[in-house]
Write a protein of this length. Structure first.
Ligand code: GLN
Length: 260
């Protein structure tokens, strides 16, 4: 019998300590567990400000949310990685960028104090905070993504606006999404997904976690590798069903607190 090497995936988490609102680092843990259960070796590497790192070695890049202060701290470091990250996405690299990270993956984010933080322009979108007197977008969100529901929690002052040819991640079923006005949530370019959904989002949306894994495996090992073995993930599916029920039974998201 021929020996088949175990598959392996490298997950990189950008700024795991600074951009980790509402447990976004749990996204890496969810991917790791779903790999482990399938005999796929997953290594998770944190990338901090100043670290020598190239996305060339990564299969999945994760970045979480953070308040304006943390976004400002990472901004310059992220900007210097912009060319590499755009190249990686051009080469079909997989990305999940959440909230504050998503905002900085667009062209720019204008914070609550009016100061503009340049982003890396991976998504054709801009984000702006309307100022401390305007309510934040807070509450449970349900998004319709390719015929399936994705559930999460949002808490952002900034509003994102997609330019004309930028595809969203999905459509808002309940919640605010990108800006509370156009019914759109997140953004997608190739295998890069941006979203406002915290939670962390992947542990309670196993179908989204598996999509990221399938895209990454296909890119590294070819199309035959995209068929993932089924898992006993009843706990994750239950978490999804409960979050969906909770989100749909509250008629409107709570209006938020007024700090950035
Ligand atoms: N500081 C940003 C905002 O309020 C992002 C917040 C977040 O990541 N939850 O819009």
């Amino acid at each position: 019998m021929s020996h088949v090497d175990a598959q392996s995936l490298h997950v990189a988490v950008l700024y795991p300590d600074l951009l980790n609102l509402y447990g976004d680092r749990g996204n890496a843990r969810a991917l790791e567990r779903r790999c482990e259960a399938r005999g796929i070796e997953a290594t998770v590497t944190g990338v901090d400000i100043g670290d020598e790192w190239s996305p060339e070695d990564a299969d999945i890049v994760l970045v979480g949310g953070g308040q304006d202060r943390e976004q400002r701290r990472v901004q310059a470091d992220l900007e210097r990685r912009g060319d590499d990250l755009r190249q990686y996405v051009d080469d079909d690299g997989v990305v999940l960028a959440v909230c504050g990270g998503f905002q900085l993956f667009g062209h720019h984010y204008r914070g609550w104090d009016g100061e503009v933080m340049p982003g890396i322009g991976l998504f054709d979108a801009v984000a702006a905070h309307p100022g401390p007197k305007i309510a934040r977008c807070v509450g449970n969100v349900v998004v319709l993504w390719e015929g399936e529901t994705v559930v999460g929690f949002e808490n952002h002052g900034g509003r994102t606006y997609l330019n004309d040819n930028q595809a969203p991640f999905g459509d808002v079923v309940t919640g605010f999404g990108n800006n509370g006005g156009d019914g759109l949530e997140g953004a997608r370019v190739k295998n890069a997904f941006g979203t406002y959904l915290h939670g962390a989002v992947l542990p309670k949306n196993p179908h989204l976690a598996d999509r990221l894994l399938a895209l990454a495996l296909e890119r590294r090992y070819g199309p035959d590798s995209a068929d993932l073995a089924p898992l006993d993930d009843s706990a994750a599916r239950k978490a999804h069903a409960e979050a969906l029920h909770a989100a749909l039974s509250t008629s409107e998201s709570a209006l938020g607190r007024r700090f950035a």
